[in-house]
Design a protein around this ligand. Structure first.
Ligand code: RM4
Ligand code: MN
Ligand code: MN
Length: 426
């Protein structure tokens, strides 16, 4: 549907302004001894996976207000991610949620992925809902369930996810465990933890040796008194027991307000146990808002920590899996995803510009103000032209949302899929 022509024409209308902004930031960087093209190349190499469950309109338990043209099946979800990738050059993979995205014909899906220059990122298991005709319920837990029947069903489901992933060449299983309790006394904390550790160890055993298991944590929701994996410490301890290919996954919205997430990132990288990231914006908790929309400075501090860890040879952390995990309740999902990727790349670019030598020096000498100013100065640098240029060099749009709107792409999707098409997912 999207022709390179739309992107080209749109880029032409923005070219003069873009060149002006790019020349300015390039000159600024050159004066600091930084090669702008080196930064642009790093931005180009940074790819963010799109979750299949974010392509439809999200909602709350009170309501949902779709705009139409939502992808009706896995094939159309792949098409949407292909579109995003064509527009920004930075979204080359899609994460699947099972059973929402079970591939009926793996070969055909692989061909479709190839046609869109995409791969499968992670497969995500779902034991937070009972499926129709499910023999044993997850109402009182899954991997931590007191009854073997439910526990085993959840283990088998995760192993089935690995099988689906293998068919599509994925190498990552992400486990977000929604087990917990709503009332004091309901659950024996130590026993529930141990059952979870045992279940995860069984799943890990079934995983090929070149796969990674990512274990996510979240302090509350769907349970509000306790969660079995509420925090990074619990995820970390589980990973330590399970094996070297088990890693902690940080979802930005899975923290209580004011948590120092950048410090958690630093700790986990120090231990070599940070496996992946779910990007989103958060005001109160798992709000799943647009990445960078609420606390951009904190987001920058998190990226600063990530880049510091990635550039330090003493840090033995594996390469990270980057994914957006947001819910688009108010904005067009594709526009929101494009906006999110843009915010992620711009923040990454800023973190690349931090003068690490000067920062280390200020820290060693306890020059508090200077250390802080090094970060603030970088944070306030406008790097958006570098991100646009990276997109352009990858064949994408200087302004992906603008091109999406100008090309009337949503209108096209609505006329093809209908006003009332609904995506599977939450
Ligand atoms: C959870 C968590 C998981 C995601 C589900 C849909 O809060 O963030 O990563 O798979 O939502
Ligand atoms: Mn998540
Ligand atoms: Mn979440």
């Amino acid at each position: 549907m999207l022709t390179t022509d739309i992107i080209q024409k749109h880029n032409e209308t923005l070219a003069a302004d873009h060149q002006f902004k790019l020349a300015y930031i390039s000159e600024l960087l050159s004066r600091k001894g930084i090669d702008p093209q080196e930064i642009i190349d790093k931005i180009k190499a940074f790819q963010v996976a799109i979750p299949s469950w974010a392509l439809g309109t999200g909602g709350t338990r009170f309501g949902r207000f779709p705009n139409g043209g939502e992808p009706r099946n896995l094939e159309e979800k792949i098409e949407d991610v292909g579109l995003i990738h064509q527009l920004n050059g930075s979204s080359d993979s899609i994460s699947l949620h099972i059973p929402w995205d079970i591939p009926s014909d793996a070969q055909a899906i692989k061909q479709l992925l190839k046609a869109h220059h995409l791969t499968i990122d992670s497969v995500n298991s779902n034991t937070f809902q009972d499926q129709k005709d499910q023999p044993y319920s997850y109402k009182f837990g899954s991997l931590s369930h007191t009854k073997k029947d439910s526990q085993n069903l959840a283990i088998e489901h995760n192993i089935a996810c690995i099988e689906y992933g293998k068919q599509l060449d994925s190498k990552v299983l992400t486990v977000w465990l929604a087990d917990g309790s709503n009332f004091p006394g309901q659950q024996h904390f130590r026993k529930a933890y141990q059952r979870t550790a045992d279940s995860l160890a069984t799943i890990y055993e079934a995983m090929p040796s070149d796969w990674t298991m990512l274990i996510e944590y979240k302090p509350y929701e769907p349970f509000f008194y306790s969660m079995v994996i509420p925090d990074w410490g619990t995820s970390y301890s589980l990973c330590q027991q399970i094996g070297k290919n088990a890693q902690v996954l940080v979802d930005l919205g899975h923290h209580l307000p004011n948590t120092n997430i950048e410090q958690i990132v630093g700790r986990l990288m120090h231990f070599g146990r940070l496996g992946g990231f779910h990007f989103n914006g958060s005001m109160y908790g798992d709000d799943d808002l647009t990445t960078g929309s609420i606390k951009p400075y904190q987001f920058f501090l998190i990226f600063n920590e990530l880049v510091d860890g990635m550039q330090d040879e003493a840090v033995k952390n594996p390469p990270l899996a980057w994914m957006i995990d947001a819910s688009h309740n108010t904005k067009d999902p594709i526009e929101d995803l494009l906006q999110s990727v843009n915010a992620i790349l711009a923040t990454y670019a800023k973190a690349l510009l931090v003068d690490r030598e000067a920062l280390a020096d200020a820290q060693e000498n306890n020059d508090v103000l200077h250390a802080e100013e090094i970060l603030r100065d970088t944070f306030f640098t406008d790097v958006r032209a570098l991100v646009s240029e990276a997109s352009r060099q990858l064949g994408g749009a200087l302004d992906p949302v603008g091109a999406f709107r100008n090309g009337k792409i949503r209108e096209g999707l609505i006329s093809k899929r209908g006003k009332f098409s609904v995506a599977t997912g939450l």
